[in-house]
Each structure stands twice: as C-alpha cells, then as structure tokens.
Design a protein around this ligand. Sequence first.
Ligand SMILES: [Zn+2]
Length: 161
Amino acid sequence: MPVKKAKQVLTECWDGLLPVSPQKIAEKVGVSVRAAANNEPYSGKAFLENGIKVIEYKSSEISLRQRFTIAHELAHHMLGHTNEGHKYREFQDDVSKFNLREADPFEIQANKFAAELLMPKEAVEYLIMEKNITSLEKLAELFQVSTVAMKYRLINLGWLK
Ligand SMILES: [Zn+2]
C-alpha cells in the first residue's frame, strides 16, 4: 500500500531526474513545505493548517536528512494519516535510517513510502543493471541519501544481504 502510493506519486509528479526532489513533489501535490522555527526540537512535522497539508522540516540539519524528513512527512499526508487532524512529529532518530523495525505501523508505512520515493525501485535497478553502478557510496550519492539508507534499500530490494 505505501509503496504503491509512492509509485503513483512518482508516476504523476516526478520529472525522472535524480536525485528525486521530495520538496518539488510535495508542492506538486499541493502540500506546503517550509522550514520550522529555529527552536523546534523536531526533525519534521506533518499537520493540517486551515485545511492545507503542511510539512515543516528542520533547516539546520544536513540536506540528506531534510530530504528524508520531507519524504517521510509527505508519506503521512499521502497515506491519509493526517486526515483526522492528527499531527506527526519526528525526532531525529526516528527518521534516520529507513528503519523498518519501528513499532508504529504508520511509521513503518511512512518509511516504506519515503524509501520508494527517494530511491525508486526501477531507478535503483536501472543504475545497477544498465549502468553497472554497484558501489554503495556512488548509489547513495546519486540518490542523495545516506549510505545507511542506501544500504537498507539495497537489502530490502534483495541486492544485498
Ligand atoms: Zn512519522
């Protein structure tokens, strides 16, 4: 379900260029993305404001982290988690590693969505099979994700054990 939704969003809103810009995609689907106030303790938030879907991210964090945060918060909106007015707030450690062992099912879904959005399965396979790019560091650089996130992704797609 979350992966299917991410694929749908990619099909409709992604220009096909790497790295995927979660901010551009969020804006295309009508989600407002902005930096949080400096004193906010959270890496990211997803909430409704006057009926508008809003994502806030911590702009003092490194860009790789911001990208993941925006993709993860976008998932909460796109998967309907914020429909009832629920707010999502993420601390840094929650969103760092595409960690699928997380207990909360909504967080697992959000991480699966974010992984597919930032590292589309077809793009990963294209780079590995057609471009012969097998270096973890190189792939992480192309997708602009952390090597840890890239490693999880390759494991989940069956390219690494
Ligand atoms: Zn979350």
